[in-house]
Design a protein around this ligand. Structure first.
Ligand code: SAM
Length: 295
């Protein structure tokens, strides 16, 4: 019988929440029960054997470690916000990347976590509480309606934009059946994909209008070109008019964007089969001479 993608053994990853516990202590604790390896891409990310179930582990329950995939953990790491910065997580629930940002920033500075959906705001607040991320301010708002000139927004130096997407890179149980139709969707015929891509483009365009922004990460858990490279390609002229250009995302990672635009080698993809999930990450950096003087 054919081997199914959903049946392939995949390592489990946990991210140490360094706001609550240091990495070496977490390793010491976890190695009592499991074989633990440090990930070579993301600091604080640990790899455990495929069958590991940590849902009820005390370190998970008390927010010292988060069950977070490797590709998902690469996103906040790609933004590289500095402790003390003002940062915006534009579409943030359930908040896994928000609290990763807080850990990278050592709890210093400010993170505005914006979320449109009321129910999901509750999950976001619970994640923030569990992580002990005291520098996060949750905002129940439409990111597209945030005014970049408002006092808090005008200080924002880094934006993480992880908008709603098709989720085609994570729907593992459906993958075995749907791979051929994904290819069909990529012709651009799917109404749903086109609507998602239109929103993603609008959101990315809005991110460029934040006056102090110097780093913007755009990510999806989609395998579709229409939500990934095509969105990035369509905003390049606007990005350039604000002084932004594509910059390499985790350059040591081997799988890059599809070669359908200039700078595709800077984009990062993870592979559904090789990596067990299909993610996409793009990083825009504003040229130093195009940043506001006071920053
Ligand atoms: N970054 C999150 C994490 O890692 O935990 C996952 C974000 S999820 C892919 C996208 C989120 O964006 C959803 O919770 C959705 O409700 C929210 N969203 C969609 N449109 C939005 C908008 N216009 N403004 C703010 N949030 C929005």
């Amino acid at each position: 019988p054919q081997c199914k993608i959903s049946d392939m053994p995949k390592p489990r990853y946990v991210r140490v929440n360094t706001l609550k516990m240091d990495v070496e202590s977490a390793i010491l604790e976890l190695t009592k029960q499991y074989a633990v390896d440090k990930d070579d891409m993301v600091p604080g990310l640990l790899k455990l054997p495929p069958s590991t179930d940590l849902h009820k582990h005390p370190l998970v329950i008390n927010g010292s470690i988060f069950m977070q995939g490797r590709a998902s953990s690469m996103v906040a790491a790609a933004l590289e916000p500095k402790p003390g910065w003002w940062v915006l997580d534009a579409c943030s629930a359930p908040g896994n990347k928000t609290v990763h940002l807080a850990a990278i920033m050592k709890g210093k500075g400010k993170i505005i976590a914006c979320e449109l959906d009321k129910q999901r705001v509750k999950r976001l607040e619970a994640t923030v509480r569990l992580a002990g991320a005291t520098n996060v301010k949750v905002k129940h708002e439409d990111f597209l309606k945030l005014n970049p000139e408002e006092p808090c927004c005008s200080k924002i130096r880094a934006i993480l934009l992880d908008p709603s997407c098709s989720g085609s890179g994570t729907a593992i149980d459906r993958l075995d059946h749907l791979l051929p139709s994904y290819a069909a969707d990529d012709t651009g015929n799917s109404d749903r994909l086109m609507k998602l891509a239109a929103f993603q483009k609008k959101a990315l365009e809005h991110a460029f209008s934040f006056p102090a922004a110097e780093r913007i990460v755009y990510s999806t858990c989609s395998i579709h070109q229409i939500e990934n490279e095509d969105v990035v390609k369509s905003v390049l002229p606007l990005a350039a008019s604000h002084g932004f250009q594509l910059a390499p995302v985790h350059p040591q990672w081997p799988r890059r964007g599809l070669p359908v635009l200039d700078g595709s080698q800077h984009l990062l993809r993870t592979d559904l089969v090789e990596d067990g999930e299909g993610f996409f990450i793009a990083l825009f950096v504003r040229k130093a001479d195009k940043r506001p003087q006071e920053y």
